[in-house]
Design a protein around this ligand. Structure first.
Ligand code: ATP
Ligand code: MG
Length: 419
């Protein structure tokens, strides 16, 4: 048989239910903060990611599903959502016509990395972008919304780590200091870092191999007075919003477009792939991609990793409330109509195969987890009635006129606290 590709997985019940629950929690929180959904393409011009995510990042350099399509175009499966949202913002002139510059997306991303627990080649991100507000309140709102979303979804035990990379001036000054240090340490660096320190020395701090010791030994970043003020105002507002966080001046994040505030959310419960969310400011990206000067901030959480943190939660009860059974050969049509009427009245209903024996259909009703079996046999067919048999509580089977069945079931289900 043909199997799925390595790193690509099926998300099936009950995990798919968990995904839906998390998405519903996210949509509710986005609504509270004035974010609206952007549904953007999965496939884009490769150049979009090379120019925005950056050609020295792991994502673009090593992990992108990029290919030449039938028409000779260089295209790529999106590895992240921000470039597409920014492209859509510019292409549709949303700086002029958009409401408040707040967008969220929920979608699958593709990265050809080595698959392991919590790391797949296709995964889902929920992301938020706030384009057009340079103030520290935008940073604090974005981060506190993220924390609210994790809480609302039931993900606890996470820690928020923040840093500021500073403006272009701060980064330029730090780049020189860091580059000097890294040149002196070249012998200790891993191969890829050695290859890219001249092009992008900050990336070494984000390297999975060298990051940890560099965090201890490399010179610390400094901020200009403006960036320092922005960063402390952000922290003050986070405090006011009741968000617990920790500052780590070595946090750089692996994408090229970040400026100023950057952050990550981690969970010890995830083991080695401990990052749940990454984000930060990208004040220059919109302009550099050909749009207006529009400072922005955003983040993306990994839905697969959130679901891992929630996997021990009891799965929601998706059993139908009712199960219909045709106990006579000619009763199938009437039973099918009954099931249709129940669903139209908002009562979930299921069936198996009307052609099987009463005993077999009863067995299926037991397995279904339904609260009531509704049976139409020869007698009921003649009398225009339905027999209702409680499956989860004590009680005798009784009969009601078929037309009254939906109302009666509603009453019973409400009385039984929906069972
Ligand atoms: P990591 O350090 O784990 O590689 P990252 O910095 O590459 O993460 P981002 O690009 O910031 O991750 O993406 C944000 C979130 O998306 C991550 O925190 C994670 O939850 C999720 N994510 C990223 N890559 C994968 C993947 N290959 N499989 C599953 N989830 C992923
Ligand atoms: Mg990664």
């Amino acid at each position: 048989m043909t199997t799925s590709l390595r790193g690509f997985r099926d998300i099936l019940p009950p995990e798919s239910e968990l995904f839906a629950q998390i998405e519903a929690a996210a949509r509710e929180v986005f609504g509270l903060y004035g974010y609206q959904e952007a549904r953007i393409p999965t496939l884009e011009q490769k150049e979009l990611f090379v120019k925005s995510t950056g050609d020295t990042t792991d994502i673009v350099e090593k992990e992108m599903y990029a290919f030449t399509d039938g028409g000779g175009r260089e295209v790529a499966m999106r590895p992240e959502g921000t470039p597409g949202v920014v492209r859509a913002y510019i292409q549709n002139n949303l700086g002029q016509t958009g409401r408040n510059g707040k967008f969220f997306y929920i979608g699958n991303m593709f990265r050809a990395e080595r698959p392991q627990a919590g790391r797949y080649r296709e995964f889902t991100q929920i992301g938020a972008e706030y384009i057009g507000n340079p103030a520290p309140a935008a940073d604090a709102e974005s981060i506190s919304m993220l924390v609210r979303l994790l809480e609302k979804a039931g993900v606890g035990g996470c820690s928020v780590v923040i840093n500021s990379l500073g403006c272009a001036e701060c980064r330029k000054a730090y780049r020189e200091v860091l580059l000097g240090f890294l040149r002196g340490q070249a012998g200790k660096l891993c191969e890829p870092c050695r290859g890219r320190i001249e092009r992008n020395p900050l990336r070494a701090l984000d390297c999975k191999t060298d990051g940890p010791w560099l965090a201890q030994e490399a010179p610390k970043r400094t901020l200009c007075p403006n960036c320092e003020a922005h960063f402390s105002a952000t922290q003050r507002l986070l405090g006011a919003a009741g968000v617990a966080y920790e500052v780590n001046t070595s946090l750089v994040r692996g994408l090229d477009y970040y400026t100023g505030t950057v952050f990550e959310v981690r969970s010890g419960a995830l083991g080695s792939q401990d990052a749940v969310c990454g984000g930060g400011r990208y004040d220059d990206l919109v302009r550099s991609m050909g749009g207006p000067a529009a400072p922005a901030i955003g983040w993306a959480v990994g839905l697969d990793r959130m679901a891992m943190l929630l996997k021990d939660r009891p799965a929601p009860d998706k059993a139908p409330k009712t199960f219909v059974i045709a106990a006579a050969k000619e009763a199938g049509d009437r039973t099918f109509a009954l099931m249709t009427a129940l669903r139209a009245a908002g009562i979930s209903s299921d069936f198996s195969n009307f052609e099987l024996s009463l005993k077999s259909q009863m067995r299926s009703s037991g397995k279904s987890g339904a609260a009531f079996a509704l049976i139409i046999g020869e007698d009921e067919l003649k009398a225009g009635t339905v027999a209702i048999k409680p499956l989860k509580q004590q009680g005798e089977q009784f009969t009601v006129p078929a037309a009254d069945a939906p109302a009666k079931l509603k009453e019973l289900l409400n009385a039984g606290n929906n069972l």
